[in-house]
Design a protein around this ligand. Structure first.
Ligand SMILES: Cc1cc2nc3c(=O)[nH]c(=O)nc-3n(C[C@H](O)[C@H](O)[C@H](O)COP(=O)(O)OP(=O)(O)OC[C@H]3O[C@@H](n4cnc5c(N)ncnc54)[C@H](O)[C@@H]3O)c2cc1C
Length: 381
């Protein structure tokens, strides 16, 4: 039996939203936290939308005000209020549930590198060390501790290793071989950020075949444009991505979409990622190694919740470690508390992708699934 009180040194693999949230939550409990990020930058350049209990998570992490100021915060309205048809005409849609008017924004849209910078600075304020360009390459759990091997050749001793290493988590696959299979939905996401954009109505531009182009203000003179294409799962180089992206936008004659399309340049970065999903049943730990964030549960952007789930994970982990004396009990309680909620989110995305890719369903039917998920995800985490 290992005691939570004996957890002093925590190593976190991955400085995404899950890793940084866990770093804040554990560093402020007085743990000696080291976050290792294999990339030499904190996050890639697209936007993230924080909905439902996401603003609460930012508040609990102590960064709500800064995130609201540096992103774009919407109050007492849903992000899903503004729908347009492909010509740009308003499309009435049933209202989505939102939080009660409790003084927190209903949603925040923010540039990912900015949110990552805010989280990382907060973790450092609490004493965490964040190292970029360092990969976790191996680990050995020897019962009373974990030896973590790094790409630099160093080894670190940890009382707890947290795998926050994303949906293709190598650590998860090593400690739980074959436990998680990510399913490709058939839809490839494409995201683009435009600085100093032309002005126009933001929201969801949809056609009757499930096609969608999403345009959101991100604050700081930037808009975020997201779409996707049904295709096989393969690598797409930037040249092809720009071509496909332009083609998708040309299917939406709405003047604002066309104005944006004209500003796409051959050198613009289009962030391409397959929409996959999985949700790992509890437990999410084996011995002293724990899986969190997308490594445990990954989903599409259809309900804008994967990042929120990752942020919530870190906070709930801190709470459960504080509440239990026994480490095994704490980590099991953590995963049980999370797995039901993340299942709701993952399953809603799975259903929406299925309706979209296989049945080209009407946006109204996708909206119904989103609404059901939001009703649950508005409950406290
Ligand atoms: C198109 C799209 C749009 C989305 N939009 C939204 C949205 O609007 N709102 C929302 O809430 N969610 C959204 N999501 C989901 C959200 O992006 C993810 O759920 C979230 O980023 C997961 O965070 P994470 O920290 O678990 O994983 P990641 O962000 O993947 O971070 C994992 C990190 O681990 C690092 N790493 C991997 N292996 C190692 C290793 N061995 N050693 C060290 N570091 C390692 C990686 O470099 C990476 O930085 C979207 C997802 C997609 C695909």
């Amino acid at each position: 039996m290992s005691a939570t009180n004996d957890i002093h040194k925590v190593v976190i693999a991955g400085a995404g939203f899950a890793g940084l949230s866990a770093a804040i939550a554990l560093a402020r409990l007085g743990k000696e936290v080291t976050v290792l990020e294999r990339s030499d930058r904190l996050a890639y350049g697209a936007s993230i939308t924080i909905v439902n209990r996401g603003p609460d998570a930012l508040r609990d992490l102590g960064i709500l005000d800064e995130a609201s100021e540096r992103g774009f915060a919407g109050w007492n309205r849903s992000l899903y209020d503004d729908f347009f048809d492909e010509q740009g005409g308003r499309r009435p849609t049933p209202p989505m549930p939102i939080r009660t008017d409790d003084g927190l924004p209903s949603y925040i849209v923010i540039y990912r590198p900015v949110l990552a910078e805010i989280l990382s600075a907060k973790a450092a304020d609490h004493g965490a060390t964040i190292r970029l360009g360092v990969e976790v390459t191996g680990m050995a759990d020897h019962g009373d501790g974990v030896t973590v091997t790094l790409s630099t050749g160093e080894t670190l001793d940890a009382d707890l290793l947290i795998a926050a290493d994303g949906w293709r988590s190598a650590i998860r696959d090593q400690i739980f071989p074959g436990r998680v299979t990510s399913t490709y939905s058939g839809n490839m996401s494409m995201r683009w950020v435009k600085r100093n954009p032309p002005e126009g109505p933001e929201g969801f531009y949809v056609n009757d075949r499930s096609g969608v182009v999403v345009v959101h203000n991100m604050g700081a003179e930037m808009v975020y444009i997201a779409t996707g294409i049904d295709m096989e799962n393969r690598r797409i180089e930037q040249e092809e991505a720009v071509r496909i992206f332009r083609e998708i936008l040309s299917e939406f004659p709405a003047p604002y979409i066309q104005a944006l399309r004209e500003t796409v340049t051959d050198d613009d970065e289009i962030v391409v990622r397959p929409y996959v999903y999985h949700n790992m049943p509890a437990p999410w730990h084996a011995g002293r190694i724990l899986v969190v964030g997308d490594a445990a549960h990954t989903m599409s952007a259809h309900i804008a919740s994967g990042g929120v789930m990752a942020l919530e994970d870190g906070i709930v982990l801190g709470e459960e470690l504080e509440q239990h004396e026994d480490l095994d009990e704490a980590l099991l309680a953590f995963a049980k508390r999370r797995a039901r909620r993340t299942f709701v989110a993952v399953d809603a995305c799975r259903q929406m992708l299925d309706l979209q890719v296989n049945y080209q369903a009407h946006p109204r039917d996708l909206g119904r699934v989103r609404e059901g998920a939001f009703r649950e995800l508005l409950n406290e985490y």
